[in-house]
Design a protein around this ligand. Structure first.
Ligand SMILES: Nc1ncnc2c1ncn2[C@@H]1O[C@H](COP(=O)(O)OP(=O)(O)O)[C@@H](O)[C@H]1O
Ligand SMILES: [Mg+2]
Length: 249
């Protein structure tokens, strides 16, 4: 199995607070990894460190190494890194422009030109994310008028249209209803044939439904990386067992 991303002795501090400590984590290609753990254990910081958003935090210090296809992410130009590794936030954040322009903007930003090809790519990605039928008659309506679930699917389509290799998702369903959650879970399962997906979730059943691997974090440390089946049926670490039994978090 191919390592797509490897985190090696990763430490992240913000000011004097140690947020992630000595994280060693392998993320396998074309698999779904669920990242779980109590609130505040560093899940969001982990994703923001992978695509280097953390560096925009003036107080942040990062040590250790993240290898993407074997190459240090520090040696990859930021726009290229963020094209190849997309990030979908917890709260859907469409740009304040039309549905069409949300994707067109991303495509133009990454150098895809030509109106025909733009429209083709935009339609294909809206279809992939199960949004096209719902929006095809008002592609030029403001994306902010969509429902939360539609906005989140639009944000996923926007990440996908520039053909990333990895998709990082930070609790993408936490503010969504069952219908939209199911649509996004089905989409993740479909995407996993071609993409590496890391999904942070507080919903253990969601991790069970969609993830090949599960990584459990506690207080900024990786406690256990295991196959999802093993993690939920016979976790190795005592803290994992206690977490699954609902003793904390
Ligand atoms: N910008 C920041 N400045 C200071 N502390 C932060 C910052 N961002 C996150 N933290 C702290 O880092 C810890 C982990 O946060 P976070 O990664 O958001 O956790 P999670 O996503 O697992 O809830 C928390 O204690 C949080 O308060
Ligand atoms: Mg978080």
């Amino acid at each position: 199995m191919n390592d797509h991303l490897s985190l090696k002795s990763l430490n992240v501090a913000i000011g004097s607070a140690k947020i992630l400590q000595d994280v060693n984590l392998t993320i396998f290609q074309n698999k779904v990894l669920a990242v779980i753990g109590p609130s505040g254990c560093g899940k969001t910081t982990l994703l923001r460190t992978i695509n280097r958003l953390i560096e925009e935090e003036s107080q942040a210090r990062v040590s250790g190494e993240i290898l993407f296809r074997g190459k240090s992410t520090q040696q990859i130009p930021l726009t290229k890194l963020r094209k190849d590794i997309g990030l979908v936030f917890q709260q859907p954040l469409p740009f304040p422009m039309s549905i069409y322009d949300n994707l067109a903007y991303a495509l133009k930003y990454h150098g895809v030109k030509g109106k025909d090809s733009l429209t083709e790519i935009i339609e294909a990605n809206l279809k992939l994310c199960g949004l096209y039928e719902e929006v095809k008659d008002h592609l030029f309506m403001s994306a902010l008028k969509l429902s939360g679930g539609q906005q989140q699917r639009l944000c996923i389509a926007r990440s996908l249209c520039v053909e990333p290799e990895v998709l990082l998702m930070d609790e993408p369903c936490s503010s969504l209803d069952i219908h939209n959650t199911k649509l996004i879970e089905d989409l993740i399962l479909k995407l996993s044939a071609h993409y590496t997906i890391v999904i942070v979730t507080h919903n253990l059943q969601q991790a069970r439904r969609i993830a090949d691997y599960t990584a459990f974090f506690l207080d900024g440390r990786l406690i256990e990386l295991n196959t999802t089946t093993e993690f939920f049926t016979s976790p190795r670490a005592e803290a994992s067992k206690q977490y699954l039994e609902g003793l904390f978090g």
